[in-house]
Write a new protein. Structure first.
Length: 83
């Protein structure tokens, strides 16, 4: 269960805050009575953070890939514009 820690208390007991984050789950640190930061285990953080994937792999895995290539660009001459 998450616990709220006042900033000064969290600073004074940082080892305890880290241990609680590892065993009990994320810990919330407040500043001026408002939630400011969350301390959590790396394992929890990695679950929240989506894996990074190179753009070329992302595009290759796209469901739009099955639609085929890009539409062909017309090679018409540009239209005349009167200014």
């Amino acid at each position: 269960m998450a616990k709220n820690w006042q900033l000064q208390e969290a600073k004074n007991q940082f080892s305890t805050v880290v241990e609680k984050a590892l065993t009990d789950g994320y810990q919330v640190v407040t500043r001026h009575g408002q939630p400011a930061v969350v301390i959590m285990s790396v394992e929890e953080f990695r679950k929240l953070k989506p894996p990074r994937q190179p753009l070329v792999d992302f595009l290759a895995d796209s469901p739009l890939r099955s639609l085929g290539g890009l539409p062909r660009r017309p090679r018409d001459l540009p239209r005349k514009v009167t200014l």
